[in-house]
Write a protein that binds this ligand. Sequence first.
Ligand code: ACO
Length: 329
Amino acid sequence: MTMRSARIIGTGSHLPERSLTNAELARQLDTTDEWIRSRTGIAERRIAAPGELTSDLAVKAAEQALSQAGITAESLDFILVATTTPDLVFPSTATIVQRKLGAGRFLMPACDIQAVCAGFIYALSLADSLIRSGSARRILVIGAETMSRVVDWQDRSTCILFGDGAGAVVVEGSPEPGQGILSTHLHADGSYEALLRTDGGISHGLLVDPTSGRGLAQMRGNEVFKQAVKALEGLVDETLAANGLDKSQIDWLVPHQANIRIIHSTAKRLGLPMERVVMTVDRHGNTSAASVPLALDEAVRDGRIQPGHLLLLEAFGAGFTWGSALIRW
Ligand code: ACO
């Protein structure tokens, strides 16, 4: 049977137990709760325990998504994990997740996608294409990160922003057109690498070294902020135009949770009141590829998102990479 659209049939998420508040950060760094809240909207973020890996968070989120979908891992055709903070250089976190889900013997393909904060949207777009091309029927898409492990905890301008967590969705083909994922739009511009990057990596012969500070995240936040606002404005217009829709038809904005001021500007572009924006940045901080599926799962589980609603998911991150997905729930 030809699958003419791809629908999300289950969502899940998981956060580490440990919460790190602004007040705690202010005891270690020259910062204040007031500064962090007013510039970013963040009040606290979750931090993975020693030994708690990206794959551990991913598996817990995946189990919830599978359970909500009412399926088991053996019926999956593909596992995609969007992450910037994989457990190992190789094998991929996706194959580790497959093993931990007890699905290794079912031999479905599994691989990672690396597009930093836009990674989940990239992976969702790929899943949509695989399903509509007939290559797969049911795909587990996860965004999972332990950003706390690549953050320089001495750098007050970056460490306050990030948190750890995971979100997951199960995407399934449907023979009916016009359901589920209506369109996805992806972009990248590698010329902005210097504004947001880690200071080292494998082919530089350098792994993350928190002691020397090498290999950790570096950001020119103000310049990233301006580019993010501009790129997201263009993305919103592009997504609406491609679907012949007016902004008044969007029910929910499910944005990447980097900074409340960036989210405000996208909501303003859409003419959406903040009650129609799913916000988790205050409690999660920026969880990179995990932030969109974490926010989506929260709003699905608390009943804000209902069948028939029109959702705009969007994200912007290092690279730069950015993307959107328009979904009829
Ligand atoms: N506490 C107190 N003061 C601080 C802190 C802090 N935690 N951090 C920076 N400052 C100071 C700076 O030193 C500077 O001081 P100065 O004026 O004396 O030089 C002042 O605050 C202003 O600094 P800016 O960097 O201009 O502050 P800004 O208002 O731009 O806020 C922030 C910084 C929050 C990082 C913001 O620029 C931002 O959120 N940028 C976007 C980040 C983002 O979206 N990243 C996206 C993707 S992340 C990914 O892909 C992995």
